[in-house]
Design a binder for this molecule. Structure first.
Ligand code: GLA
Length: 384
């Protein structure tokens, strides 16, 4: 990412220069809403992300500019020992990271920072995890005597979401943005945090995001789904003491308690149990280069998310249906849902024609153009 504007802005505001850090956004091939159910996910980091310039200021306050925000919302400051959250939403991520690091014994001192990014807002690529990580990696570097490892940094980002931003998310986004590796997807077991890199350069295919530009922001509806899953686990575990998340549950176990469950909770849990299976199937298929199966699983995820987990929307369903019709191998809503992008595994031979068709038909139907991004899988968060 071009950093000269950032350097100029920082110098103008603070009269000096700081160190540069970058944290990427993420994609996820498959494994959606499985992370907070202790299941598997298959994300990767991308080349888009957030870059921050940071410097200790020798004071007891934190002063930050969000360069891409409108002028009146660009600046916040908070005292290091302040308990109350700042009043700009974006600043809560930084405030939360500081608090969570302090809880873990890091002596955070005052600092100045400016950050900028190129992650499309509300696209489901997790700009919030990138923001948490760019700060946690930098502050760890600058202030921690005993360095916190990357597993714990991921938990710091997740705890920030839970405790300061109102989203009871899983760990996928923070993990992917920290552990990303060029041209690799990461199979992550969200129960144990064991992970494996899967080289991903599918010969003859392109991985493309189509952004519906329906802005999503996660909150109540996301948290409600998590609660549904937890309620179902409670029921199943009465019969099966070994089950403490949907990861350990099977469809048979779910059917045993069907009569006790609300229909919505049942459908949501069914989706999650099946999705965990789909991730494992995709891992095996990738090893064999069997993209037909990978694609079929992606469509399976889409319609599960749409009909059972109900986190899709008309625009995303339209894009997935169109993809199915035009011979795209796999397509599905990516990330938390309620808007954002579809991720598409498109045969090279039909790529351009499909993308053109999708943009035209989508624009005709919904009155605005979707955006198209070719995915480049890159490295995780780092000092530049
Ligand atoms: C959001 C959350 C993640 C994960 C996905 C859905 O991105 O932050 O933890 O739950 O939604 O897979």
């Amino acid at each position: 990412m071009e950093t000269s504007n950032l350097n100029i802005f920082f110098a103008e505001k603070f009269g000096c220069s700081g160190s540069l850090y970058f944290a990427p956004a993420r994609i996820n091939l498959i494994g959606e809403h499985t992370d907070y159910n202790n299941g598997f996910v298959m994300p990767g980091a991308v080349d888009k992300g957030i870059t921050a310039e940071i410097c200790a200021n020798g004071l007891d306050i934190v002063r930050v500019y969000a360069m891409d925000m409108p002028a009146e919302q660009q600046y916040i400051e908070f005292a290091i020992n302040q308990e109350s959250k700042p009043n700009q939403h974006w600043a809560c991520y930084i405030f939360g990271v500081c608090r969570e690091m302090m809880k873990r014994g890091v002596e955070i001192k005052g600092f100045d920072a400016v950050f900028t990014g190129n992650i499309p807002a509300g696209s489901g690529m997790s700009s919030s995890a990138a923001l948490e990580n760019v700060f946690s990696v930098a502050l760890n570097d600058i202030f921690a005597d005993n360095k916190i490892d990357r597993f714990e940094l991921a938990k710091i980002g997740q705890a920030t979401e839970h405790n300061y931003c109102g989203v009871k998310c899983g760990i996928m986004d923070q993990f992917a943005s920290l552990f990303g590796k060029k041209d690799c997807l990461i199979r992550l077991d969200c129960k144990t945090l064991e992970y494996e890199y899967f080289p991903f350069k599918p010969e003859g295919y392109r991985l493309t995001l189509i952004n519906s530009c329906v802005k999503h922001s996660l909150g109540t509806e996301y948290n409600e789904r998590r609660e549904s899953c937890e309620r179902v686990v409670e029921h199943i575990s009465r019969n099966h003491s070994g089950v403490d998340s949907l990861r350990e549950a099977t469809i048979d176990m779910l059917l045993e308690v069907k009569a006790e469950l609300d229909e919505t909770d049942f459908s949501r849990a069914k989706y999650v149990i099946e999705e965990t299976e789909r991730v494992l199937t995709v891992c095996n298929s990738l090893k064999e280069g069997d993209y037909d199966t990978v694609g079929r699983m992606m469509f399976g995820t889409h319609w599960g998310l749409s009909k059972e987990y109900t986190v899709s929307c008309d625009e995303l369903d339209f894009l997935a249906s169109l993809a199915e019709e035009y011979g795209v191998k796999g397509s599905r809503v990516m990330g938390g849902g309620f808007g954002g992008c579809t991720i598409n595994l498109i045969p090279e031979s039909i790529h351009d024609a499909f993308v053109e068709k999708a943009v035209t038909l989508f624009s005709e139907k919904f009155g605005h153009k979707p955006e198209v991004y070719e995915i480049v899988i890159g490295e995780g968060a780092r000092k530049l």
